[in-house]
Design a protein around this ligand. Structure first.
Ligand code: ADP
Length: 307
């Protein structure tokens, strides 16, 4: 049987401006972006990709589900009566992008309502979630999610967590930091971004970030750092640093971290070697930031570069 990669979170409907002044409808969201890139990098008979979330019963939800299926990803979606997906709109002002969100009532906030369904859906070889997945849930649902993930780990799943710290989604920064630490303690692999961690945890350097997550009982920490050196540390004392190749023209850094995570995890699942996996992650992220948008198609040639 093919191995299974499972991502849990919220995929939103995106309205992005086009050159002729109209808006194009798309679909994106941090954990979904990672699942989408995992699908792009792998063959369906070798790795199944499932996305766990919740949608409503409206047309927008049906379009979202169709998009997920047509991307080759299995939707494990709870259906919430009278609910709708979260939506965001991108505004362009003199080349600068800004975002407005309508997600406070989104169906995805209810993805952990049914513990049984969540446990069944989270049965993968690798199960991936983020700080945004946690942030959109209420406290009871957060506890339910972490309990389902602890059980999945007990059944042999590798739990992967990207803290993706977004303070505006939380009641307070203290709350965010406390839940982030709790979530890391159920994970085997944590993939933080230093810039966010420095702001909220007051880490002085990526080494501090790695050390803090290792202290939660994590086996492997990969600290992304924009164009700077990544720091990789494992619980057995191994570690290294890696300098990404500079990208000559950065067009749009949306999904840099999400795509890095996808290529890193695909390679790590296959070969189990962090050095090669980090190189693959950096290659895909470099490709993604060279184009506009969260979901940048990956050609056969790009694929070779990411291996
Ligand atoms: P996030 O998108 O989560 O904030 P980062 O900004 O740390 O994550 O970037 C994730 C990865 O994207 C980095 O580890 C690196 O591989 C790549 N990356 C980001 N910015 C650049 C850049 N200017 N040049 C080269 N690689 C970059």
């Amino acid at each position: 049987m093919a191995r299974q990669f499972v991502a849990i979170g919220e995929c939103m409907v995106e309205f992005a401006p086009t050159l002729d002044g109209t808006y194009a409808v798309g679909f994106a969201g941090d954990t979904f972006n990672t699942a989408w890139y995992v699908r792009q990098l792998t063959e369906r008979d070798k790795l199944g990709v499932t996305y766990v979330s919740a949608v409503g019963d409206d047309d927008l939800s049906r379009r979202l589900t169709c998009f997920v299926e047509s991307a080759g990803i299995t939707p494990a979606f709870a259906t919430i009566e009278s609910a709708s997906p979260g939506v965001y709109m991108i505004f362009l002002n003199n080349g600068e992008r800004s975002f407005q969100y309508w997600r406070s009532q989104s169906a995805a906030r209810r993805l952990a309502d049914d513990l049984g369904a969540l446990e069944a859906a989270a049965a993968g070889d690798m199960v991936y979630f983020s700080g945004i997945t946690l942030a959109i849930l209420d406290e009871t649902a957060r506890r339910r999610l972490l309990s389902a993930l602890t059980d999945a780990a007990g059944r042999g799943a590798e739990i992967v967590f990207d803290p993706n710290l977004r303070s505006r989604l939380w009641q307070s920064a203290e709350d965010m930091c406390a839940w982030t630490t709790r979530a890391a303690s159920v994970a085997a692999i944590v993939l933080p971004s230093f810039e966010d961690e420095a702001v909220h945890f007051k880490d002085c350097g990526p080494e501090d970030t790695a050390k803090r997550y290792l202290e939660c009982g994590v086996r492997l920490v990969v600290v992304k750092n924009g164009e700077g050196q990544l720091v990789v540390r494992s619980a057995d004392g191994d570690g290294f640093q890696f300098q990404p190749v500079p990208v000559p023209e950065v067009v749009d850094t949306t999904a840099a971290g999400d795509s890095f995570n996808a290529a890193f995890l695909v390679d790590y699942l296959e070969r189990g070697r962090a050095r090669e996996a980090v190189r693959a992650g950096c290659a895909l992220a470099a490709h993604v930031i060279g184009s506009r948008g969260a979901l940048v198609p990956v050609s056969q040639l790009d694929l070779i570069a990411c291996r």
